[in-house]
Ligand binder design. Structure first.
Ligand code: WTA
Length: 635
C-alpha cells in the first residue's frame, strides 16, 4: 500500500528511482495490491520497440468494469459515482450512485448482447456528455466489445470515416444534443454518415432533446424500452490483459485519422494509479474534469481513472459560457468541487471576461487545479492560480497524449513545487529523453530537444487499428528504441520539463489536435481550388488559430472572394467539423517550395505570425519570388 499515495518530494524521488530501476517489479506491485484480477499474469512485461510490440501483464485475465464498479458496491454502493450537471442550470443535477451505475451498466450490457454485440465487436459511440455516454463505454467493456467514441462535434463525413475504419457493427447515439443555447440534431448526422457505412447493423438511440427523428426500420431502436426490459445483472466477460479495450482516433500530420488502440490491463493500472496520485484524490472529494469523453482526457480521467478508485466524477453537458460566463464557477460552488481539471483555452476564454463572474462564487472547496491539452501560457497560469486557486490550490500542468493513455509529466500536488508553464517532473515509471537533430540524446540539464520516451509504460497505445506499419513509422522510426512524441521540450536547471509544442504538422487549436493534411484535402476538394497549405498562428484564446494559403485554379478579379472563403470553411465544417475552420484565408499565386517540391511551412508560419524579420535563407527555394508576394498581401 505504501507506494500508492505519494506524500512528499523525497518519497517521489525514492519511488521514481525504484520504478525505473526495476519497472517490472514496481508495476507488478501496484497491479497486485490495488486491482481485482480473475487470473494472474505469467509475465509482467515483454517489449521490443523495433517491431514495435509491448505486452503488459501477459496471460492475466480481468474485466475492467469489475474494478470500476463491482468491487465498490460493498464499501461505496450508496456513494455518488457520476454527478451529472445538465446543460441548463434549471434542470436538476443527477447523483448516480455506484449501485445505480452498476445496474445501468449491466442493463445496457444486456441490451448490447441482445442486439447481437459480442466480444471483440466494435461499437461506435456518438453521444453528448450525458450519463449514457459513460454507461455505454462501461457496457461495452463489460461484454468485451471495443468502444470507439467519436466526439459529437465531428461532422457526418468524419464520423463515417471512423466507423468504416474500425468496421463498427453498431452506433449508439441520441436524438440530439444541447450545447449552450443551441440544439444539435445528432441523429440526422448519423443518418447521413450511415449512407456510406456498410458494417452498421443497429443504431441505438438515447432520448435527450426530443427532436423529431426518423427511425430506419430494422436498424434503429430507442434504447429506453430495451433497458426497461433488460436484466440488472450481466456476467462480466473475462478479458486478457492485452485484449483491446477501445479505439480512439487522433489526428495525424498526414492522411486519415489514427485509431489508437488501448488494451485492458495496463491501461487500467496506469490510469488508476496516475489519477490517485496526480490529483491526490481522497475519499469524499468531488472531482470535475471539464473535457468531453470524446477525447482521451475524458476516457482516462472522467471515466476509468476516477471510477477505478471509487471516486465521484462530475460530467458536465454544457459550455462555460452558458447561460453566462459564471457557469463553471457556479458549478464549483453548487457541487463543492474539490478538483477542477480543465484546458488552457477555457481558462483564457474565461479570463477575458469580467472578474465579477469568478468573484461572486464561493470557490473555497477547491483543493487541486489541473491543466491539459496544450502548453499553458504564463498569463493564463497566473490568472488560474490567483483567481481560481486563490494561491492555495496547486496547478498540475499535465502533459500527455491520446497515444500515452495516461499523464506522463506532471507535478504531484503538495509534493512537487510548481513552476508556471512547466509540466515539471516525469511521473513515476516514465523515462523521458530529449534528442538533438542528430538523433543523439541530450544529457544533463538546460537542454532543449525533441521529446521521446525510453521505456514502455503500462498504458501506451499498442498499435494503430488496422495499420501497424503506420504505428511503427510514426512513433518508433525517428529514433532507435524510443517512442517519439511529436513534441519539443526543454529541461531546465533543476530537471523540470517545459513542453514547447508540436514539432510536426499537427496544430493544436483550442486544445484539439488538427492535422494539416486532412484540412488541406477538404479545401482542395473545392472546385475552384488548385492547392492549399495550412499553418497555425498564435491566438489569444484558442492558443493557435488556422491560417490557410489557397491557390485558385483561376485567379480572376471578378471572383467574389468573401463567398469563396465561406464556401471553403463550409467545406471544412462538412468534412471534419466546425473546430477545423480557418480564421484567415489568403488567396496566393503560389506556395514557397523546396526544389524537391516540399512546401516550406516554416516560412508560411512566420508570415502568418507576422514574424517576418528573419525568414532564413529563401534563395534555395524553387520560387523565391512568391514569398514577397505573399508577405505583401498577408492578412
Ligand atoms: C499537447 C491530450 C503542453 C501536446 C491529453 C501533446 C500539452 C498533445 C499538454 C496531445 C500540456 C497536451 N502542456 N502540451 N500539459 N497536454 N499537450 O492527444 O502537444 O489530444 O502531444 O491528448 O497535446 O493531445 P491529445
Amino acid at each position: 500500500m505504501s507506494n500508492y499515495h505519494i506524500k512528499h518530494l523525497e518519497e517521489y524521488f525514492q519511488v521514481y528511482r525504484k520504478s525505473v530501476r526495476d519497472p517490472e517489479r514496481f508495476w507488478e506491485e501496484v497491479a497486485e495490491e490495488h486491482f481485482v484480477w480473475r487470473k494472474r499474469w505469467s509475465n509482467v512485461l515483454s517489449w521490443d520497440f523495433a517491431k514495435p510490440e509491448v505486452k503488459w501483464f501477459e496471460g492475466a485475465e480481468l474485466n475492467i468494469t469489475e474494478n470500476c464498479l463491482d468491487r465498490h458496491l460493498r464499501t461505496h454502493g450508496e456513494q455518488t459515482a457520476i454527478l451529472f450537471e445538465p446543460n441548463s442550470p434549471d434542470e436538476e443535477a443527477q447523483h448516480i450512485t455506484y449501485n445505480a451505475l452498476f445496474e445501468k451498466v449491466n442493463k445496457m450490457a444486456n441490451v448490447l448482447k441482445a442486439q447481437g454485440i459480442e466480444k471483440g465487436d466494435r461499437v461506435c459511440i456518438y453521444l453528448p456528455m450525458i450519463p449514457e455516454l459513460a454507461i455505454a463505454l462501461l457496457a461495452c467493456a463489460r461484454i468485451g466489445a471495443v468502444h470507439s467514441v467519436v466526439f459529437a462535434g465531428f461532422s457526418a463525413k468524419a464520423l463515417a470515416t471512423r466507423i468504416n475504419d474500425a468496421s463498427c457493427k453498431m452506433v449508439i447515439t441520441s436524438d440530439g444534443s444541447y450545447r449552450g443555447a443551441k440544439t444539435l440534431d445528432l441523429k440526422a448526422i448519423v443518418d447521413e454518415a450511415l449512407l456510406s457505412c456498410e458494417t452498421i447493423e443497429k443504431v441505438l438511440l438515447v432520448e435527450r432533446t426530443k427532436n423529431k427523428v426518423t427511425l430506419k426500420e430494422g436498424r434503429d431502436l430507442w434504447i429506453q424500452p430495451l433497458l426497461d426490459e433488460a436484466d440488472g445483472f450481466c456476467e462480466a466477460v473475462s478479458m486478457n490483459a492485452e485484449d483491446p479495450l477501445f479505439i480512439l482516433y487522433t489526428s495525424g500530420s498526414t492522411g486519415k485519422p489514427k485509431g489508437m488502440v488501448h488494451t485492458t490491463g495496463g491501461y487500467m493500472v496506469y490510469t488508476a494509479y496516475t489519477f490517485k496520485n496526480i490529483f491526490q484524490y481522497r475519499e469524499g472529494d468531488i472531482y470535475w474534469c471539464t473535457a468531453d469523453i470524446g477525447w482521451i482526457t475524458g476516457h482516462s480521467y472522467i471515466v476509468y481513472g476516477p471510477l477505478a478508485n471509487g471516486g465521484t466524477t462530475v460530467m458536465f453537458e454544457g459550455v462555460p459560457s452558458y447561460p453566462d460566463f459564471s457557469r463553471f464557477w457556479e458549478i464549483v460552488e453548487k457541487h463543492k468541487i474539490t478538483h477542477l481539471y480543465t484546458a488552457p483555452t477555457a481558462i483564457r476564454a474565461l479570463a477575458k471576461e469580467n472578474i465579477e463572474y469568478v468573484e461572486k462564487c464561493d470557490l473555497s472547496s477547491l483543493k487541486v487545479l489541473g491543466s491539459v491539452g496544450e502548453p499553458i501560457n504564463e498569463e493564463a497560469w497566473h490568472w488560474y492560480n490567483d483567481n481560481v486557486g486563490k494561491n492555495k490550490s496547486p496547478i498540475v500542468d499535465t502533459w500527455w497524449q491520446t497515444e500515452t493513455g495516461g499523464i506522463m509529466i506532471s507535478p504531484i500536488p503538495f509534493v512537487t513545487p510548481t513552476k508556471p508553464t512547466y509540466a515539471t517532473l516525469p511521473f513515476i515509471g516514465i523515462q523521458p529523453a530529449l534528442m538533438d537533430e542528430n538523433a543523439q540524446e541530450l544529457k544533463g540539464n538546460q537542454v532543449e530537444g525533441r521529446l521521446c520516451i525510453k521505456y514502455p509504460w503500462p498504458s501506451m497505445a499498442r498499435t494503430i487499428w488496422g495499420d501497424h506499419d503506420r504505428y511503427r513509422d510514426t512513433y518508433f522510426s525517428a529514433y532507435a528504441n524510443m517512442y517519439f512524441t511529436g513534441d519539443g521540450a526543454m529541461r531546465d536547471e533543476v530537471g523540470y520539463y517545459r513542453i514547447t509544442g508540436r514539432v510536426d504538422d499537427v496544430i493544436i487549436v483550442s486544445g484539439h489536435n488538427l492535422g494539416t493534411a486532412p484540412i488541406e484535402d477538404a479545401i482542395n476538394e473545392h472546385q475552384a481550388v488548385a492547392e492549399s497549405a495550412i499553418v497555425g498562428f498564435p491566438h489569444e484564446v484558442k492558443g493557435n488559430a488556422l491560417y490557410g494559403y489557397v491557390i485558385l485554379k483561376e485567379y480572376g478579379e471578378s471572383r467574389n472572394f468573401d463567398n469563396l472563403k465561406k464556401e471553403i470553411n463550409q467545406q471544412i465544417a462538412d468534412k471534419i467539423g466546425p473546430i477545423a475552420k480557418l480564421d484567415k484565408i489568403q488567396f496566393v499565386p503560389g506556395l514557397p517550395k523546396t526544389r524537391s517540391g516540399k512546401i516550406m511551412r516554416r516560412i508560411l508560419r512566420k508570415i502568418a505570425s507576422k514574424d517576418t524579420s528573419n525568414l532564413g535563407d529563401t534563395s534555395t527555394l524553387l520560387n523565391p519570388e512568391v514569398v514577397k508576394e505573399i508577405m505583401d498581401n498577408a492578412l
